[in-house]
Write a protein that binds this ligand. Structure first.
Ligand code: 0GY
Length: 313
């Protein structure tokens, strides 16, 4: 890693323009000077939800995208990983790249085994394309139901994709809003792979942690041992705000304590679509002991669970 890229260093600042692309004017770029976390993660800790964006001049953003981001290169991601004391990344294909996984694959190949990926694929993906993604380090596909991010894909198409990737040992990462879960419950429960739900299914944290909405999500995990959750993105869910995001803590902590072997954590760097507040990535790491209050829980959350899911082969 070039030290010039270190967070806060001269090469760190986000570029809002690249080739033919300009970051949306109502967007915030990633944090210009993340703080060094007080919490020191255990050896082998994984950031299991983060993205690379472009650079757009090299890896163009998809024509069908709903937003144009700032560039966020693989080298910046590695610099953040090292700065935060993490060792590995799981890079999730973001909707601004559609089903063109070239930026993701480029990052995985350059990672020297320190990154795995979650791709987005179209209905017509061939077996050899899936095999090439697998060789690069892809271990899952992402289904996105968040309407501001994507146009709808028919469920039959998604079911077919899940059937195609299951023999590779891949899982499905699924992103939805809590209000959608009643309609999605049976679809999710019937998928034939391990399922990872992004950001706890985006609960409304103004509601009770033991209320009907979050209970449905807990029931999904309780009744379906193949369902995991990311306990990431307090900054997206919180109404009380930074730096503690204290209103999100009871939701994440409940999942970590109830399902300690099926939770993952990630920064979500470079934090797409944030318009009011950009989190300090160091503070996001300091949030981990709030939601995983013992060393044993943190070892599972940051090391054992993501390693088992992504890095055992
Ligand atoms: C996230 C959240 C968001 C965006 C995407 O792929 C994406 O564009 O996932 C969001 O806007 O909530 O996990 O990065």
């Amino acid at each position: 890693m070039s030290s010039a890229l270190a967070p806060g260093g001269p090469g760190w600042a986000a570029s809002g323009a690249s080739g033919a692309f300009r970051m949306d004017s109502n967007w915030l770029p990633y944090h210009p000077r993340p703080s060094k976390p007080n919490y020191v993660p255990p050896p082998g800790a994984v950031d299991a939800h983060c993205h690379v964006f472009g650079p757009g001049a090299e890896f163009p953003y998809a024509p069908e995208r709903k937003y144009t981001p700032c560039d966020a290169s693989k080298d910046h991601l590695w610099a953040l990983r090292d700065f935060l004391g993490l060792e590995r990344n799981v890079i999730v294909q973001a909707t601004c790249h559609g089903t063109d996984n070239r930026a993701l694959v480029d990052a995985l190949r350059a990672s020297e085994g320190h990154a795995r990926g979650v791709a987005s694929v179209a209905a017509g993906v061939t077996d050899s394309e899936l095999q090439a993604l697998d060789t690069a380090g892809v271990r899952g596909v992402r289904f996105n139901f968040v309407r501001r991010l994507v146009d709808t894909t028919p469920r039959e198409v998604l079911e077919e994709i899940a059937r195609r990737v299951a023999p590779l040992g891949w899982h499905v990462v699924i992103y939805f809003e809590a209000a959608e879960l009643p309609q999605l419950y049976d679809f999710v429960a019937a998928l034939p792979t391990t399922i990872i739900v992004d950001h706890m299914g985006r609960p409304d944290v103004a509601k009770a942690v033991a209320g009907t909405e979050f209970e449905l999500f807990v029931r999904l995990m309780r009744e379906h041992p193949n369902v995991w959750s990311k306990v990431s993105c307090p900054e997206r869910l919180s109404k009380s705000g930074p730096p503690l995001y204290e209103d999100v803590v009871p939701f994440a902590r409940r999942l970590v304590e109830t399902f300690p072997d099926r939770v993952l954590w990630g920064t979500d760097w470079p934090h797409p679509n944030l318009k009011a507040h950009m989190p300090d990535d160091g503070k996001l790491l300091d949030y981990v002991p709030q939601i995983a209050p013992t060393p044993a829980l943190r070892q599972k959350l940051l090391v054992e669970n993501p390693t088992r899911l992504y890095f055992d082969r």
